[in-house]
Design a binder for this molecule. Structure first.
Ligand SMILES: *Cc1c(COP(=O)(O)O)cnc(C)c1O
Length: 380
């Protein structure tokens, strides 16, 4: 997957306004709590919690990547940006599900989902859970209002057939949302696979520099989008104009980063697999990975996260401590490689020695040498 698929061109031009003489290509952040507003408040820009021109540019950009209009009969998708990924996740779940509804969540997804579950249940929403692998959520669809998919799942990197689940969910009368944080829109387009919502944390690979928090929701249906936008206005979980502008600026390099980081992730996974201290290595782009058959059908890039298990907690901590080019830090998708012992948070059902490693944009040879050196030093 490289320069042939239009993603590079789309990434650098996404959301740019029509050229205007003596104006910048990407207009700077608009810092305004309120706008000049004579007479009737018909918009588009009235009050800063409702709309902001910097969001508008970013929302167009993300929409063009999640659902390229040229490949969709010219119909643009609607995107709503939020202050964080969790703001976007909550916006979809809490604006769509009401007391008495049933929601199906993954039980191996992002670590804050159990908190969301508690909140949904406190509002009288029934929650069912099942693992991502093997489309296990399928059995829980009858009577559901909304199916939440996270594929690849974080941190286990299992993958499910989004098209298959979305068709079954729609048959059962349920809406479908896919968490696209790990894949980014260049790795996977959930709306093309039948989902009603593509939801993501833009904090991760989308913006890729580890310096801002952001979230977004993209959907094709104007009414669904309007409910999400109304939720943002009610809750006020809005991104700052500076963050929105930085995010847009970062999108220009998305294809470069996704290709580079994905290629290095595959090379690192291949090198690590052969190491005697490494067990249960997972990367959806490895041809013999359990996720590969489905991932290779529905994903366009496999992401930058590799996971594996080391013998125990002490081994894992010593390994992380010995790395020079990989920071011990949470999150993923950044230009600088990071890794962590996921079990330190509690919450994820992972072994004590489980490592989630996010591959950055360092030279592959340097990174692989550093990781193998630290592993060998830990073995002693
Ligand atoms: C990080 C993450 C989130 C939450 O995003 P924030 O920007 O941290 O609020 C949601 N889903 C997945 C899969 C994530 O990795």
């Amino acid at each position: 997957m490289s320069s042939q698929d239009g993603d590079g061109t789309r990434s650098v031009r996404a959301g740019l306004p029509e050229p205007e003489a003596y104006e910048p290509m990407l207009p700077g952040p608009v810092f305004a709590a309120h706008f000049h507003l004579p007479g009737e408040p018909t918009g588009p820009y009235t009050y800063g919690r409702d709309e902001n021109p910097t969001w508008t540019h970013l929302e167009r950009a993300i929409g063009e990547l999640e659902a390229p209009p040229s490949e969709n009969g010219g119909q643009a998708a609607h995107t709503v940006v939020f202050a964080s990924g969790m703001a976007a996740v909550s916006a979809v779940l809490l604006s769509q599900a009401k007391a008495g509804d049933t929601v199906v969540l993954p039980d191996d997804g992002y670590q804050a989902l159990p908190l969301v579950r508690e909140q949904l249940e406190a509002y009288g929403v029934q929650v069912r859970t099942a693992p991502t692998a093997g489309e296990a959520q399928m059995a829980h669809l009858p009577g559901a209002r909304l199916l939440w998919i996270e594929s690849p799942s974080n941190p286990g990197l299992d993958v499910c057939d989004i098209r298959l689940l979305a068709d079954a969910a729609h048959e059962a009368g349920a809406l479908v949302a896919v968490d696209n944080s790990l894949a980014t829109p260049l790795g996977q387009r959930p709306l093309d696979l039948g989902a009603d919502f593509s939801v993501a944390s833009g904090t991760k690979g989308l913006t890729g520099h580890g310096d801002i928090l952001l979230g977004y929701v993209t959907c094709r249906d104007a009414e669904l989008a309007a409910r999400v936008r109304r939720w943002r206005k009610v809750v006020g979980a809005i991104p700052g104009p500076m963050e929105a502008w930085l995010a847009h600026r970062s999108l220009a390099t998305l294809q470069l980063r996704a290709d580079r980081q994905g290629a290095t992730a595959l090379a690192l996974a291949t090198a690590l697999r052969a190491h005697p201290a490494v067990r249960d290595l997972r990367y959806p782009g490895l041809p013999d990975d359990p996720s590969y058959p489905t991932a290779s059908r529905q994903m366009r890039r496999f992401g930058c996260v590799v996971s594996f298990t080391l013998p125990d907690r002490g081994f894992a901590e010593k390994f992380l401590d010995g790395l020079r080019l990989v920071d011990d830090a949470t999150s993923f998708g950044g230009l600088r490689s990071t890794a962590e012992r996921r079990g330190r948070w509690g919450g994820d059902a992972v072994p004590e020695g489980f490592i989630r490693l996010s591959v950055g944009a360092e030279d592959a040879d340097d990174l692989i040498a550093d990781v193998l050196r630290s592993l060998d030093a830990t073995v002693g």
